[in-house]
Design a protein around this ligand. Structure first.
Ligand code: ZN
Length: 497
């Protein structure tokens, strides 16, 4: 390894360690920190993120990148390291340290206000802090710059290769495919019975179920843990210490279960990134959308499939005997019930993307100043009524439901991209593992995990989402497999044409 590479790697490793320390503080804040600890935690996170930013954007990194870019003797991985670091460095160097620090401190403040606002079920408590967050986000988009739309600044970071224009086109294509299905299904609501899912479910047993399902999909508890939080999430301090969380609902046993499969899907990606990519900008997922493809693939394409319930129903019945009279088919249909509902996280696969489009459209108006935070609740409810035909009864079921706006904008597109990518990857995996459903029925999920490791996880961020998709599926991002999957699955469940 050349001297310049050694120097670059050592600076990047330090910056990475600081980011990981930040992540530990953040994980603790959302899981075990006592309620009054928030203000000091905000200071600590602000300090750490400023120092990490200073370390990463030091002029020496720029010099080393220039020196390394002029060389032609670098291996593939080192070239990727230089290219990815260059992309990040060029963006981050434009952001003043003080802004980075202010954003981290504000995120903690907004998080505390969001928790209080949720307790009071009142958006107005969160609104002033969200306004402060939004002002900093605007400053940030101006600092880093963008091609066409301020929103491009977010996408450039989270979704390499994606633009607001391309995203809007994709949303249009999905809407044209999904909205007629939503309407057709609305007329056939009697086809799916979910009444038997209602009840009271012991939280201790629910926890056991959530631990079981994470183990079943292959989450390695020697290199990770699961805990509870207000909003389920995954974070990683290294590939050998990956944290997932879930949220249990005493009246809905499927909520925690699917949150656990979802987060375990993220966790598997993190645990599958090779050690050699660790402590560098390559040691994470290729994009937000690619990360979300892993969680949504396990949650929906596996967790909401017939073969999975053939295998998993006896396990559910062992913990909750009230399901002993329930058959696989009834369970499969119930967990796939499609109906307009208020909460994104529990939305079915047909309506889910409409929740995302609503948020992204509001974000586009917020970042350009066309919508003020003071008018956000009304704008949300109005748009929700237009898209879903129902009006949220309160803020918890509306504008306050997601944690994302406590730390800023630009995260939601990844969910829809994740749905699309997940279907694309699963279609390719099915071609290469012809008896995949038999494996899933037997609870042998290793063949699918192995395929994802080989085609997605092992590259970390050393390849772009587009490169990964083309190599794994033969095509760049493509909504067709997703729309075909939804049409086939829900067409059968609801007996559509
Ligand atoms: Zn997720």
């Amino acid at each position: 390894m050349s001297d310049e590479l050694t120097q670059l790697r050592s600076i990047l490793a330090e910056a990475r360690d600081l980011q990981a320390a930040f992540a530990v503080l953040d994980w603790d804040e959302q899981t075990y920190m006592p309620p009054r600890g928030g203000e000091a935690r905000g200071d600590q996170k602000a300090t750490l993120s400023r120092i990490a930013h200073q370390r990463f954007t030091s002029p020496r990194v720029g010099e080393l990148l220039s020196l390394l870019e002029s060389r032609d003797d670098l291996g593939e991985l080192d070239r990727a390291l230089v290219a990815v670091t260059r992309r990040d460095w060029d963006r981050e160097v434009k952001v003043p340290d003080a802004l980075v620090e202010a954003m981290a401190r504000q995120a903690s403040r907004s998080y505390r206000a969001w928790i209080q606002a949720r307790d009071a079920n009142d958006y107005r408590i969160f609104e002033p802090e969200f306004a402060a967050t939004l002002a900093l986000e605007r400053e940030w988009t101006q600092a880093v710059g963008y091609a066409e739309h301020p929103y491009d600044a977010f996408l450039a970071g989270a979704e390499p290769g994606m633009s607001t224009r391309r995203l809007t086109e994709l949303f249009g294509q999905l809407r044209r495919g999904l909205v007629p299905m939503v309407h057709a299904i609305a007329e056939r609501q009697d086809r799916v019975d979910t009444a038997f899912l209602k009840g009271q479910f012991d939280l201790g047993r629910q926890w056991e179920l959530c631990m079981q399902v994470a183990r079943v999909v292959g989450f390695d508890f020697d290199r990770g843990r699961q805990d509870r939080s207000v909003h389920p999430f995954t974070t990683s301090f290294s590939r050998d210490d990956v944290r997932i969380t879930t949220r249990l609902d005493p009246e809905d046993v499927t909520a925690g279960l699917f949150a656990s499969i979802h987060e375990a899907g993220h966790g598997l990606y993190e645990q599958g990134i090779p050690a050699e990519l660790g402590r560098s900008p390559l040691g994470e997922g290729a994009s937000g959308g690619m990360h979300e493809s892993q969680s949504r693939l396990w949650e929906n394409l596996v967790g909401r499939s017939r073969p999975f319930w053939t295998f998993f129903l006896p396990r559910l019945q062992a913990l909750f005997p009230q399901f002993q009279g329930t058959g696989v088919e009834a369970m499969y249909r119930a967990v796939n019930r499609s109906v307009p509902s208020f909460v994104r996280m529990h939305a079915d696969e047909v309506t889910y993307n409409l929740h995302i489009m609503l948020r992204v459209d509001l974000e586009l108006r917020l970042i350009t100043g066309k919508l003020a935070t003071a008018d956000l609740r009304d704008a949300w409810n109005e748009r929700f009524a237009a898209d879903f035909g129902i009006t949220p009864p309160d803020d918890l079921h509306g504008v306050l439901q997601d944690i994302h706006w406590t730390s800023g904008l630009g995260v939601f597109p990844s969910y829809t991209l994740g749905n699309v990518i997940a279907a694309q990857l699963m279609a390719a995996a099915r071609r290469e593992i012809p008896d995949l459903d038999r494996h899933i029925e037997r609870g042998e999920l290793g063949s699918l995990l192995h395929w994802l490791r080989a085609h997605v996880h092992r590259f970390g961020r050393s390849r772009t989402p587009s490169e990964i998709l083309v190599a794994a599926t033969g095509r760049d991002l493509d909504a067709e497999p997703y729309l075909a999957y939804i049409a086939a699955k829900f067409g059968e469940i609801y007996g559509l044409g």
